[in-house]
Design a protein around this ligand. Sequence first.
Ligand code: F6P
Length: 356
Amino acid sequence: MKIGMLTSGGDCQALNAAMRGVVKTLANNVDDLTIYGFSNGYQGLIYGKYRILTKADFSGILTVGGTILGSSRTPFKQIREPGEDGVDKVHAMKSNYEKLGLDCLVILGGNGTQKTANLLREEGLNVIHLPKTIDNDIYGTDVTFGFYSAIDIACHSIDCIHTTAASHNRVFIVEVMGHKVGWLTLYAGVGSGADIILIPEIPYDIDKVIAGIKKRQESGKNFTILAVAEGAISKEDAKLSKKELKKKIAKSPYPSVSYKIAHEIEEACGVEARVTVPGHMQRGGAPDAYDRILCTRLGAAAGQAIIDKDYGNMIGMVNGETKRIPLEKCAGKLKSVDPKGKMVREIKALGISFGD
Ligand code: F6P
């Protein structure tokens, strides 16, 4: 059996753990297994850059962050456009797959990666997708790997900010990753006791945010911590078209939404407001125990799907069980936080503000 493997898009914790799960399962159940590890995501498949890996390469990597294959972004939007060198990317990927005589390609990645995986399926390749991203925004699976490890890091950042915020009577904003969705900010904010949580799914009203801070000041709390998603958006901006918003952001003097909010808070509340951006740390380091277990299970289930020759699926986790989800049903869909969902209602009941 010949299996190709690649990791594409922004990395995260537990990519290695997931690949280990696939390879160990196959090695344990299949004779004559060859693994082709493509370098740096789809780029390796396009340009035929790979190395042959053995079971030993996947040993000892359960706890290792990053990816032993390397990763890069190959935007789905440009997948049908020839590269600067004129290469037809889809044709090149198909041709390398066929030249090597692969039985299946295991693709680990987020939303964009998944769309390309689905395109390759439509082009006749056997693919299995594993849902990776700290953003937890992949439709069809309850959880993506990287998410819980990133929550720990974001939580730890906010924990550290707590003590210094209290010492200095300051307002602190911790800007959390998550791209267009607020899962990571919501979970990190709740896990670290943030006072105000701003996520893209619930556009904020700056006056409500300020009122929340003033209310805390009046009750004798000398500091406030906001967990703000990098994609957080004001009610006013949420009304703009994509084009208008892009134009507005391009003209903004602030590096990100958090700095704008900090400025508005300083003006209105007469306190110092500071911004902390943990950034890519949230994707780094070792996977937590949850992700190690999740990836071992997803990897084993992916291995089994390959053994069963049941291709064209994402292997997700649904209600605590691994599940094969057809790519045509999930590719191109985004999983967002439900602003009226139970979790948001529970958190609001505690008195935590979403600025709405
Ligand atoms: O999708 C993962 C993610 O870390 C997002 O949360 C973030 O918006 C983006 O990637 C950052 O991308 P890059 O690593 O290309 O700066």
